[in-house]
Design a protein around this ligand. Structure first.
Ligand code: P6P
Length: 339
């Protein structure tokens, strides 16, 4: 068939090769970021091995404690967290590690000693789905340390940067296959883990999010505590005029966003009575997926302004999130604007 590249003739490009090629195209890029991203990839390959054996390797269930978020800690949460800390904590270019699971940042190395980067991550997003075999994921965001700020408390101050300062971000979704998506600000690139060789292999370069999509993704159990505008939007999607919307909600941000990135539509986690500032965390959930969304042509807002311009006031600060296809986000905002 003309125009269709037979799969056999497509080159096999691993994540490591791709990162190096990206770095070669941008001479200003040092090998450091590539080295850091390969550390993230190593950690997620190890986490994937735990997730795939969860039922066998006795890693299901709760630890019996709550994390800084007040959520029940799952055994796999801790394993994933420890794996990332062990894989990145010894990469000489890492300055600070920030995890959803840890109240305080982990100081690895002063910027003056080479600790150039901050890695912020949700080690295993969607924990409540672990025991029922539903897709879960790892989300990461990478910032640069401000080498001029070496005072006391500089570590936390260094982490409180708006999302526009991210140098890279991505996620790994552990689903029917294990897929990584990452960006360094030069498009979104997607890789599938090939278990037989333990490598992430390039699946798609410069992924684009459809500009529209008749799918909305929200936990409608909280509908009565959504704002009037959000409630009106959800009611509108069910009208004949709307032309037939579908609803999909997995309850794992990574999985719900991965679908939105590929198929279009909109994901909403508004402020609710239970979470008046929203439930999702700005630094290591909303910002990294907002970076990916914008790089793919999508939009990410907190229902009032651009997510990536928000100045965080604390490490675990939460935010409402509206993210997805440009036209769908604009449609939601039309209803919100009439409140
Ligand atoms: P709810 C998982 O716990 C998570 O942090 C996100 O992955 C997900 O989008 C959200 O919470 C689901 O929250 O309130 O709908 O169960």
């Amino acid at each position: 068939m003309s125009g269709v590249t037979p799969i056999m003739s497509r080159p096999i490009v691993t994540l490591t090769q791709h990162i190096h090629e990206q770095q070669r195209r941008f001479p200003v890029a040092t090998g450091d970021l590539s080295w850091l991203l390969s550390g993230v990839a190593l950690a997620t390959r190890i986490i994937e091995s735990y997730v795939r054996r969860a039922g066998i390797a006795e890693v299901l269930g709760e630890v019996g404690t709550d994390n800084v978020q007040g959520e029940r800690v799952q055994k796999l949460d801790l394993l994933a967290n420890e794996t990332i800390l062990r894989c990145l904590g010894y990469r000489e270019i890492v300055g600070i590690l920030v995890s959803e699971e840890d109240e305080e940042p982990t100081l690895v190395m002063q910027p003056s000693d080479g600790g150039k980067y901050i890695v912020l991550f949700d080690p295993l997003d969607g924990s409540s789905n672990i025991d029922v075999n539903v897709s879960i994921g790892t989300i990461f965001s990478i910032l640069r340390c401000d080498e001029n700020d070496q005072g006391p408390d500089s570590a936390v101050r260094n982490c409180l940067q708006p999302g526009v300062r991210q140098v890279a971000a991505g996620y790994v979704v552990y689903g029917s296959s294990t897929v990584m998506a990452y960006t360094t600000g030069e498009g979104v690139h997607m890789f599938t883990l090939e278990p037989s060789i333990g490598a992430f292999v390039l699946q798609s370069e410069n992924v684009r999010m459809p500009e529209s999509g008749k799918t909305y993704s929200v936990n409608e159990a909280y509908r009565d505590s959504f704002s009037r505008g959000v409630q009106d939007y959800l009611a509108w999607t069910k009208t004949k005029e709307a032309g037939g919307y579908g609803s999909r909600y997995i309850g794992s941000l990574v999985a719900d966003f991965h679908r939105t990135l590929l198929k279009g539509g909109v994901f909403l986690y508004p402020a609710t009575a239970k979470n008046p500032s929203g439930k999702l965390r700005l630094l290591y959930e909303a910002n990294p997926i907002a970076f990916l969304a914008e790089q793919a042509g999508g939009v990410a807002t907190d229902f009032s302004g651009r997510i990536m311009e928000k100045k965080p006031d604390s490490l675990h600060v939460r935010t409402p999130l509206l993210i997805g296809s440009k036209n769908e986000v604009e449609r939601v905002m039309e209803f919100v604007g009439r409140e």
